[in-house]
Design a protein around this ligand. Structure first.
Ligand SMILES: C[S@@+](CC[C@H](N)C(=O)[O-])C[C@H]1O[C@@H](n2cnc3c(N)ncnc32)[C@H](O)[C@@H]1O
Length: 258
């Protein structure tokens, strides 16, 4: 399905943010990131391959599990932009399936919680059945980058960025909640599920995944993996939400309120 998005002011060409377009160029991710970081394209290519290791190298010095929000807000800086860009470009087929899933379910008021570099928020904003996307992320560089991307892609009117869910400008309820590869970064993911249950509209859908594992080579040192935290997460998930079948063979799941 081709989704044609009109540019603000009408001067620039329309931008169809299809899954195919994501597979082709990640929604112009490389030039947008080089421009945002004010580095040459060659420098971006040099830095992308080591971005996961560079982020992991912040651990344990900068990562305090008791002050995890401070880590994502202050310590990570632009490191997550590079790491997420390398991942979305290098695992584009996987990300594309999550975009297909989002396209199937997203409608109305969409929350992208922990939205990172904005691939899902931008694609959602380009869907005609989506009225507004609310991008929430603690990292100010991520928010600034996604705001710049939305403006460049003609989507600024449909995508707004916020630090956290307490902002009174956000709607009380969302028709769709997208929270991908975020829950394992939270010190209390069960509590986050309760917040999602409170903020999901009665007929709404939440798209969630998680990876409570530090990696076979310890490559994800920031992921929480304590058994009691994981058990509390699944108890809350299973008491508050009911899974909705979807046909994509990926770890991301769709839920409605139980
Ligand atoms: C691994 S990234 C995932 C990004 C994106 N959802 C994706 O699928 O590519 C985790 C994101 O969650 C954000 N984050 C971590 N803790 C958060 C919190 N408490 N509230 C909002 N965002 C948070 C980080 O800044 C980061 O952008």
């Amino acid at each position: 399905m081709a989704l044609v998005v009109e540019r603000q002011g009408g001067a620039a060409p329309a931008s169809p943010l299809t899954v195919e377009r994501f597979l082709a160029d990640g929604f112009a991710l490389r030039p947008q990131l080089a421009s945002f970081l004010q580095i040459a394209p060659q420098e971006l290519e040099r830095r992308l391959p080591s971005s996961t290791d560079d982020l992991a190298a912040l651990h344990p010095g900068a990562f305090d599990p008791d002050r995890v929000e401070q880590f994502y807000e202050d310590a990570v800086g632009t490191g997550h932009l590079l790491e997420l860009a390398a991942w979305h470009l290098g695992s584009a087929d996987y990300i594309a399936d999550t975009l297909r899933l989002q396209q199937r379910f997203a409608a109305g008021q969409v929350l992208d919680f922990g939205g990172g570099i904005g691939s899902h928020a931008l694609a959602a904003a380009a869907l005609p059945q989506v009225e507004q996307v609310w991008f929430v992320d603690l990292n100010p560089h991520n928010r600034a980058f996604v705001e710049a991307r939305a403006a460049e892609l003609g989507l600024a009117a449909k995508l707004r960025c916020f630090r956290d869910l307490a902002d009174p400008a956000l709607p009380p309820r969302f028709d769709t909640i997208v929270c991908l590869d975020v829950l394992e970064h939270l010190s209390d993911p069960a509590r986050q599920l309760e917040v999602f249950a409170e903020r999901l509209s009665p007929a709404g859908i939440a798209l969630l995944n998680w990876y409570f594992f530090k990696g076979f080579q310890g490559e994800y040192p920031f992921h929480f993996d304590a058994p009691e935290l994981v058990e509390a997460f699944f108890r809350t998930l299973q008491s508050q939400f009911l899974e909705v079948f979807h046909p994509y063979l990926i770890t991301t799941r769709a839920y409605r309120l139980a």
